[in-house]
Design a protein around this ligand. Structure first.
Ligand SMILES: Cc1cc2nc3c(=O)[nH]c(=O)nc-3n(C[C@H](O)[C@H](O)[C@H](O)COP(=O)(O)O)c2cc1C
Ligand SMILES: [Fe+2]
Ligand SMILES: [Fe+2]
Length: 395
């Protein structure tokens, strides 16, 4: 399978319709994904990135229908992660001496993955590789999202091959941004940013401004996952700038888990209290053990404030919340308020534990939280309502 991005620039990747979990089990991909590889034919021929290891043979067989491998002059490895470099060993078996262009860190990680001494050619930001009529220009993108990450710009056609940046986990027969359902596209692009790129937001801002300052025309942005941005391609760069600037909407998200429903009753009454104080704010509730953790992380990303609720279990918190906090701590969200709540029977550690972990994860914790003993009765539910009202007043 292939399709044309521009005359002599073809997509030669793999659409993975079946994928439901990415990065092992860490990231849910409800809409599948694609691994995008691009073949550029000028006087010289360059291949940008490959596909994930399980599709290596299919990729190479497909590519063989497009091009005699001996005619490939340059292999560009924008990123060494297996979802893009996984077919390199299979490809390089056919063309072991062809140059592989990557960053200095790319050499380390490609060697670290495949233990092969390919003909590595190290490139830095601004380095040019002539293809004849057009050039490839390399832009290092260290820690966006790995030390080795880079982007490649094709002059003439004005295409930025951005690798993981600007991607979305979407499998589609319409591989262009103007042909897919816009709400689905932005839902996936937001989830991708929230779950993968948030920790690197300061670098995102810096890199995008650096690329904008180069004043290069951009007719298309070709990421390594999902659709190609060809209609108003810079809209996704603008979105990234907004998302990187400690993005938030007028939303409060309440996330809890419960054994006997008491903590859920608190959650629902807190929500009621928030709404009574502020009828404009969007309030969403999630039982974390029954929800997709990456979708909940995306809701946290969009929130100005969150509330976490857990009953005390064995002097601790329920494990689905512990997993969420572990994930959220690494993402380093900024400029968000938070509070904790939960039921208990005797020792009641959960609320303090949640507050401490929220503070450690960088949230501004409001107050000591709401702790109620055993199943909430009228008095406890009234306290929850009031707690919600007070929280809404402070966010
Ligand atoms: C397995 C188990 C362990 C518990 N451990 C504690 C504990 O260490 N300290 C405590 O205060 N309560 C403990 N509790 C009591 C619960 O916190 C209490 O039943 C609470 O009301 C449950 O809230 P929920 O309805 O939201 O599940 C435990 C309950 C269970 C079922
Ligand atoms: Fe990656
Ligand atoms: Fe990737």
């Amino acid at each position: 399978m292939k399709f044309e991005i521009a005359p002599n620039v073809d997509w030669v990747g793999k659409i993975d319709w079946e994928l439901r979990k990415f990065h092992g089990e860490e990231y849910s991909t409800h809409r599948g994904t694609s691994y995008n590889s691009y073949l550029i034919r000028d006087e010289k021929i360059a291949l940008i990135d490959t596909v994930w290891t399980p599709f290596a043979k299919a990729f190479v067989d497909n590519l063989a229908k497009e091009i005699d491998f001996n005619k490939i002059d340059y292999v560009i490895a924008n990123h060494a992660e297996m979802d893009h470099s996984g077919a390199l060993p299979e490809l390089m078996r056919h063309i072991p001496d062809k140059p592989v262009y990557c960053t200095a860190n790319g050499v380390k990680s490609l060697r670290g993955h495949y233990h092969k001494d390919w003909n590595f050619q190290v490139v830095k930001t601004g380095d040019k590789l002539s293809l004849g009529r057009k050039d490839l220009v390399f832009v290092e993108a260290m820690m966006l999202h790995w030390p080795d990450s880079m982007m490649t710009y094709l002059t003439g056609d004005a295409i930025l091959f951005s690798n993981d940046a600007f991607g979305q986990h979407i499998a589609s027969e319409h591989m262009f941004n103007d042909l897919v359902v816009q709400s689905e596209l932005f839902e996936e692009a937001t989830k991708y940013y929230a779950n993968i790129l948030t920790p690197f937001s300061p670098l995102v801002t810096k890199k995008i401004n650096e690329v904008i300052a180069l004043n290069l025309p951009v007719n298309a942005i070709c990421p390594s996952h999902g659709v190609v941005w060809r209609d108003n391609p810079l809209q996704i760069a603008q979105k990234y700038l907004q998302w990187a600037a400690d993005y938030q909407e007028n939303q409060i998200t309440i996330i809890y888990d419960t054994m006997w429903d008491g903590t859920r009753m608190l959650a629902e009454n807190i929500a009621k209290g928030i709404k009574q104080t502020d009828d404009k704010v969007t309030v969403k509730l999630y039982n974390i053990s029954r929800s997709d953790i990456n979708d909940v992380v995306t809701e946290i990303f969009k929130s100005k404030a969150i509330l976490l609720g857990s009953p005390t279990i064995n002097k601790g918190i329920l494990n689905a919340l512990a997993a969420l906090i572990e994930m959220v701590s690494g993402l380093k969200f900024k400029n968000k308020k938070a509070a904790a709540f939960g039921c208990y029977g005797w020792s009641g550690e959960s609320v303090k534990l949640l507050n401490d972990q929220l503070a450690k994860a960088g949230f501004e914790v409001i107050g000591d939280g709401l702790k109620t003993m055993w199943q909430p009765g009228d008095e406890e539910l009234a306290r929850a309502l009031l707690f919600g009202k007070e929280f809404a007043g402070k966010t």
